[in-house]
Design a protein around this ligand. Structure first.
Ligand code: NAP
Length: 246
């Protein structure tokens, strides 16, 4: 897909990976919808940076765990740009909790944030994309969904669900709407802010590349998947070789 003038919605683009992606798509001259939940300032800074380059961009607030807010988000995209070509389901958050303390509410909360929200967004996107039989959907998963991260078990479980869902949706929406997942490894964002230097060293030593993945490298993977018209139903792992060590 040629990206110039295409409409791209990136959920959770007020910071981190989503923000890096918004900037990359704007550099490709796409029309970008920056989405946020609480970080209005972060969203505005992202928008301002893109507007300095002459990009067409809007910011929309929505809590993606609420289906009616997801509907409003998509209707605001249509109101501003008339269509949607690319959806990147990036919003999400992991909450650590020991296995034996996990309650049904914890599970429901993590699945709401890290899986159900994606399903709602994919339904709204599919309604728009099926009308023109064209589009790209990328769901952000995690290496946790592939290897099993013991401290964030509920997040791990939700992101495992993303793999099967992505593959099934790729079949449902084929041949002209392509659906993939990206599984980031240890990517330097605010998610890791509270770690000590010792913990960071241990974490990075467990990778082959011995370094953080950058948010820009994940964003580059989104750009690759969006431009490519032959990859669908895949989980692309960007983890500095971490999963080869498991
Ligand atoms: N960093 C890593 O190492 C890593 C590894 C694997 C997977 N991931 C995944 O990559 C994605 C981006 O994470 P990040 O590291 O870039 O962290 P981040 O900077 O904290 O970004 C998370 C984004 O998700 C948004 N968000 C969270 N809950 C939301 C909700 N209920 N409704 C709407 N938006 C919501 C946040 O919005 P507000 O701040 O505006 O509220 C924020 O924009 C997440 O899905 C994360 O699980 C990250």
């Amino acid at each position: 897909m040629e990206l110039k003038d295409k409409v791209v919605l990136i959920t959770g683009s007020s910071s981190g990976i989503g923000k890096a992606a918004a900037l990359k798509f704007a550099q490709e001259k796409a029309k970008v919808v920056v989405h946020y939940k609480t970080n209005k300032t972060g969203a505005q800074l992202t928008v301002d940076e893109m507007k300095n380059w002459g990009a067409e961009v809007i910011a929309v607030q929505a809590d993606v765990v609420k289906p009616h807010e997801v509907k409003r988000l998509f209707s605001e995209v249509l109101k501003a740009f008339g269509t949607l070509d690319v959806l990147i389901n990036n919003a999400g958050l992991a909450k650590p909790k020991p296995f034996l303390e996990i309650t049904r509410d914890d599970l429901a909360e993590e699945f709401d944030k890290n899986f159900f929200s994606m399903v709602y967004s994919c339904q709204e996107a599919a309604r728009i994309m099926q009308k023109k039989d064209s589009g790209k959907i990328i769901n952000v998963s995690s290496i946790c969904g592939l290897t099993g991260c013991t401290s964030i078990l509920t997040f791990t479980s939700a992101r495992s669900a993303v793999t099967g869902f992505t593959k099934a949706l790729a079949k449902i929406l084929a041949p002209n709407i392509m659906v993939n997942a990206v599984a980031p490894g240890f990517t330097l964002t605010r998610f890791w802010d509270k770690m000590t230097d010792k913990e960071v060293k241990e974490l990075l030593d467990s990778t082959l590349s011995k370094k953080w993945v950058t948010a820009e490298e994940i964003a580059d993977t989104f750009i690759y998947l969006t431009k490519n018209d032959s990859v669908t139903g895949q989980v692309i792992v960007v983890d500095g070789g971490y999963t080869t060590n498991i």
